[in-house]
Design a protein around this ligand. Sequence first.
Ligand code: UDP
Ligand code: MG
Length: 348
Amino acid sequence: MKRYLEKRANPKLLSVVIPCFNEEKVLPFLQSRIINVLESFRLKFELILVNDGSSDRTIFQLVEWAEKDARVKIISLSRNFGHQIAVTAGMDYASGDAVVIMDADLQDPPEVIGKMLEKYKEGYDVVYGQRLARSGESFFKKVTAWAFYRLMKILVHRDLPLDSGDFRLISRRCLIELNRLRENHRFLRGMNAWIGFPQTPVFYNRDPRVAGETKYPLRKMLKLAMNAAVSFSPLPLRFSLALGIFVAMLGFIVGAYALFRAFQHFILELPIVYNPGWATIVTLICLIGGSILISIGILGEYVARIFEESKGRPLYVIEFIKTKGKKKIEREILNHSEEYLKKSRFGF
Ligand code: UDP
Ligand code: MG
């Protein structure tokens, strides 16, 4: 697809959203590095740090930071809502012309934001970081991540970039559209691909975590993969239909064979064969029973999602917001109201 890109100036305000979950070991590193890098761009910026229900000293460090520096804003969620939701909360309150989403652990080097800003000025609305190498991660993590991205491309969206996480810069207009998607089970990269504004990668080497350990164990990765697959595509449902058809056809063939065996003495005038047939029956029961259960399970996943969405709950609950001087971030807590959408559509 050929795109017409309109050149832009530097953003008047750059927002950087960083979710933090039990990052007490990482925050001292983050503080010094990110501020230095952001100051080197010579533009106005705000840092929105979302405390995702940390159980260590993270929130104390964050509040201390916000009290020292007026550019730092803290949103503290009432419990752990998960990475994707924490990022969403940060994006809801970001008021910059460009918004960067990055991890707290400095695996996404903040220096790359400079390259992202260049692309932003060329006119791109989404500039995502694409990883060249992953150092300091286990072989297992590398393999699962590799498989994850390939599978997601099939299931979620054909425009979903490979080997890129949530580290990205998005323009104001893209953010506004993204904030309108209020689905409960979120896969931000997929949602971003769906929105479809001009997107381009910047390449970078993914560093090891500066401190602490990953908050994305296999269990959470699988959950994210499941969310991505089931929330974005009816493909798993089609798979269960295909499985059903396959098993039914198999049953038909075996059934025809069984009938033939039962009546063969009439047709071929052979002696009656007493076929115990036990193995056949057990195999068929397992096969059919198993595939029915798989299909119901997949169906159940979708029904559960319909159930979740139909409750219409807010995506997260904020315990408090901390910025220097002011009690609240400039905007009111209006995320879900019409007024918020109207306001954000016409700029602030
Ligand atoms: N994170 C979060 N809530 C969670 C899990 C993670 O806010 O429930 C944050 C975490 O603090 C970090 C980012 O999401 O800033 C990415 O997590 P992590 O580095 O542990 O994931 P990995 O890089 O290992 O995939
Ligand atoms: Mg990390």
